[in-house]
Design a protein around this ligand. Structure first.
Ligand code: ATP
Length: 267
């Protein structure tokens, strides 16, 4: 049967992450001013903008590393703006950083298990006595970490000291460690920085696979426009701490204000 002409279309699904009117000031510097930023569940959503536009500050505000001066941050409808970073991570918000943050003297596998340990429940006494419960939890942690290494293509390097991996593989290791924490929302801060074009293309495939195959929603801050346009479902453009435009990659690329403010820089 045809729907009635005046049928009300269903409301769009609530975003997984909803940042409303976020303002962050550092003394006299307004890093973010009343900035809205939403990430739809099951999407790869990019946040782009010129240097100093406030992208990293937005990620820091979402993860609790800098406090909001004012505004609101909701994850799955729950207010997380007042939570400390570890509680936001426990709620499912996990990030990687612009600069490499791997533990170079630990093995690749140990690095990923470290990302999983917050989810592993046992007491200090159980770990000292190596109780059956502790050994079961460690085995499950190891298995989950190996699965993440397999996913990023580093399973063969599990026992290699992380510091011996080439730079591009250390970046993949960071992704595996973040995935090991079982995020609902994975925030990637300039993951392509320092990668060559082949590594960047592989990273793009991996970001899509994180979203499409592991069903983890991705927020991406990135300067490599080719990568952003290739992997993103939606893009928000920040300019001087405030959103300038939001839309599909095609709409963003065709937006004259965006071209003037940002993409035009390269032309
Ligand atoms: P980039 O692309 O260069 O990484 P960005 O878009 O991530 O830039 P932010 O790093 O968020 O921009 O910086 C936004 C503004 O806030 C800049 O003017 C920056 O100098 C300032 N800022 C960021 N962090 C701090 C801080 N901890 N203290 C003072 N000012 C800061």
């Amino acid at each position: 049967m045809m729907p009635a002409a005046n049928a009300v279309s269903p409301a769009p699904p609530a975003p997984l992450l909803d940042v409303c009117a976020a303002t962050v000031r550092f003394g006299g510097i307004h890093a973010l001013t009343e900035a809205d930023f939403a990430i739809a569940r099951g999407s790869v959503t990019a946040l782009i903008g010129p240097n100093g536009a406030g992208k990293t500050t937005m990620l820091n505000a979402i993860t609790g590393m800098v406090p909001l001066t004012s505004g609101d941050i909701r994850l799955d409808g729950a207010d997380i703006a007042g939570l400390p970073p570890h509680k936001r991570a426990a709620a499912g918000v996990v990030r990687t950083f612009q600069n490499l943050e791997v533990f170079t003297s630990m093995s690749v596998l140990e690095n990923v298990m470290a990302g999983r340990h917050a989810l592993t429940r046992y007491t200090v006494a159980a770990s000292i006595l190596r109780t059956p419960g502790f050994r079961r939890a460690e085995a499950a942690c190891r298995e989950a970490a190996l699965d993440c290494l397999e996913f990023v293509g580093l399973a063969d390097e599990a026992d290699t000291p992380a510091g011996d991996l080439p730079y591009g593989k250390q970046r993949l290791l960071e992704m595996a460690r973040a995935l090991a924490a079982d995020p609902k929302l994975l925030l990637l801060d300039e993951p392509a920085a320092g990668l060559n074009s082949k590594e960047t293309a592989r990273l793009g495939d991996l970001i899509r696979a994180v979203c499409d195959r592991r069903h983890v929603t991705v927020g991406l801050v990135e300067h490599d426009m080719e990568l952003v346009m290739a992997v993103s479902d939606h893009i928000t453009v920040l300019h001087f701490g405030h959103p300038l435009a939001a839309g599909t990659p095609d709409a963003i690329q065709a937006n004259p204000e965006v071209i003037k403010a940002y993409l035009g820089e390269d032309e």
